[in-house]
Design a protein around this ligand. Structure first.
Ligand code: GTP
Ligand code: MG
Length: 211
């Protein structure tokens, strides 16, 4: 019989301006449906996506669908707490929603840092891409934009046609896991440095750590 396996639970924020498609992306991802009707989210909604990651590894993504109308208000601080990743969403047909992306990112970084003091893993989703329009950002290089603004990656998505949503989510999970591992490695490394520096720990009858 297979063992209990490994379980991960990650809290992922989905933020961005009103009507960019946050709820639609989550519905597509979790429930495999899409609707043209728009009903603004009030406050925050939740959804859970369970991923079979490896044969014996399960990832549970707790998705926090935060209303665009919260617009960097005081409540976002409460919603952001303990998150391990974020998707910031804009609408390819409305450039103002792309400009708002950096304000959402700043809001996130100012209210939330991960255990090692960096911002949490974040991807940018440029949604409604089946509309074919490109954002009017001229010669903007994607890698440069990601580096400058601390995004792990950018994806053109469509909740309507189911484009790139699974890919973006899997990429984000990998980023979250990679940060988790670096953080754990750093703790392990600083432990061994402490052990080297602390002479008591080298004595056979010291604290007993080095038996
Ligand atoms: P708030 O809850 O107000 O913050 O908005 P939201 O970001 O959750 O947007 P929502 O998912 O409610 O979508 C807004 C509108 O955009 C709806 O009418 C959706 O049907 C439409 N929409 C969402 N995703 C897509 C897409 O990929 N393509 C197209 N064409 N329309 C989309
Ligand atoms: Mg919504």
């Amino acid at each position: 019989m297979a063992g209990p396996g490994k379980e991960h639970l990650y809290k992922v924020l989905v933020i961005g301006d009103l009507g960019v498609g946050k709820t639609s992306i989550i519905r597509r991802y979790v429930h495999h449906t899409f609707s043209h009707n728009y009903r603004a989210t009030i406050g925050v909604d939740f959804a859970l996506k369970v991923l079979r990651w490896e044969a014996d590894e399960t990832v549970r993504l707790q998705l926090w669908d935060i209303a665009g109308q919260e617009r960097f208000g005081n409540m976002t601080r409460v919603y952001y707490r303990e998150a391990t990743g974020a998707m910031i969403v804009c609408d390819v047909t409305r450039p103002s929603t792309f400009e708002a992306v950096l304000r959402w990112k700043e809001d996130l970084d100012s209210k939330l840092t991960s255990g090692d003091g960096r911002g949490v893993a974040t991807v940018l989703l440029v949604n409604k891409c089946e509309q074919g329009r490109k954002l009017a950002n001229g010669g903007l290089k994607i890698e440069q934009f990601c580096r400058e603004h601390g995004f792990a990656g950018i994806f053109e998505t469509s909740a309507k046609d189911n484009v790139n949503i699974d890919e973006a989510a899997n990429f984000l999970v990998k980023q979250i896991m990679a940060r988790e591992h670096t953080f754990q490695r750093r703790i392990a490394a600083s432990d061994s440095i402490t052990a080297q520096l602390d002479p008591k720990r080298h004595q056979p009858n010291g604290c007993g750590c080095l038996k």
